[in-house]
Unconditional design. Structure first.
Length: 330
């Protein structure tokens, strides 16, 4: 009623400056609520794109703090009534940011929190109607089980992601096939692993330039070889695994500390498989020693621990094996 009285009073004197200002205020207030392109939305989309390029040498914890801060800015926009097209964009951006938050939590070893954020990302992706984003979220979530001891569950989730992504050559479909291959390899299902690897290779060859982007959402050549390295190492195909490790390292930036260390650990696992356990332990321990402190927990620690635990107990007193054990304890 107060607004009505104020408008009546302003308009009683005609379309004066005060009256027009009151009308403009009412209209612009409504336009801002139902804006087809909220001012903040473009900034949030740009932020999501920027985060998609990865850590760039920054500590994961710092990236996590920035991501969650920007993610929180989406909530007020979703709380307000929005045109359908704007809500779709908001949900898509929310799905991307929640998914990337989950990736960082996964890398830090916070499995429970990572799964919770992947669930939020999947919900937002579903609301957006973007099936490729939804498939990407599912494939990325499968990597939690893949890297933390549940490869069979990871294979099941990766297969769901493959079904959602469909058969078109997209980054999400390729990622899902590559993750499935890794999960099958770790689950001692070599036939399924080789089939998934072949599918990932076929899809990679057909990807468009946009789908090959070197981001968390794309599937570039470097990323493909990282997946191949892990799958082939688990399959015991050390010759091909080393080829992928060499290709991936050539294509990885010096600041890609996590990726380069994971590739080194894969190489160490190949050496152990081929009978050179001493060299395997020395390589893994050396990689951990030069790693920035912010990267020594979570995923890398888990993979290096897997390497240590694969060594028979009778070798645990050997100097190189003890050096790896001590590096893990630091």
């Amino acid at each position: 009623m107060k607004r009505r009285e104020l408008l009546r009073g302003a308009l009683a004197a005609g379309l004066t400056g005060a009256a027009l200002a009151a009308l403009t205020d009412t209209r612009t207030s409504f336009d801002q609520t139902l804006a087809a392109h909220p001012a903040d939305l473009s900034d949030l989309e740009a932020a999501a794109e920027s985060y998609g390029y990865g850590y760039h040498g920054q500590a994961p914890a710092r990236v996590l703090a920035d991501l969650v801060t920007d993610f929180a800015d989406i909530r007020p926009l979703l709380d307000a009534p929005q045109p359908v097209a704007t809500r779709v964009r908001l949900c898509r951006t929310a799905g991307q940011m929640a998914g990337m938050t989950a990736i960082v939590l996964h890398d830090l070893g916070s499995r429970r929190e990572a799964r919770a954020w992947f669930a939020t990302a999947a919900h937002a992706a579903g609301e957006s109607g973007d099936r490729q984003l939804h498939a990407w979220v599912m494939a990325r979530e499968a990597m939690v089980g893949l890297n933390y001891g549940s490869p069979k569950a990871a294979a099941g989730l990766a297969e769901q992601a493959r079904r959602v992504a469909g058969t078109s050559p997209t980054a999400a479909a390729t990622l899902a096939a590559a993750v499935a291959a890794r999960a099958y390899a770790l689950s001692h299902q070599p036939d399924q692993a080789h089939d998934a690897l072949a599918d990932a290779d076929r899809l990679t060859e057909r990807l468009s330039g946009e789908q090959r982007a070197d981001t968390w959402f794309g599937h570039c050549e470097q990323k493909h070889h990282v997946h191949l390295s892990h799958a082939l190492t688990a399959l015991g195909d050390t010759g091909r695994a080393r080829e992928s490790q060499d290709h991936a390292l050539e294509l990885s930036a010096p600041t890609s500390s996590m990726t380069r260390t994971l590739l080194t650990i894969d190489g160490a696992a190949c050496a152990h498989h081929d009978g050179d356990t001493e060299q395997a332990c020395r390589r893994a321990a050396a990689a951990l020693a030069v790693l920035p402190a912010g990267y020594r927990t979570g995923l890398i620690h888990a993979r290096a621990t897997d390497q240590y635990q694969s060594i028979p107990a009778q070798h645990h007193r050997e100097p190189a094996v003890r050096a790896l054990h001590n590096a893990l304890a630091d």
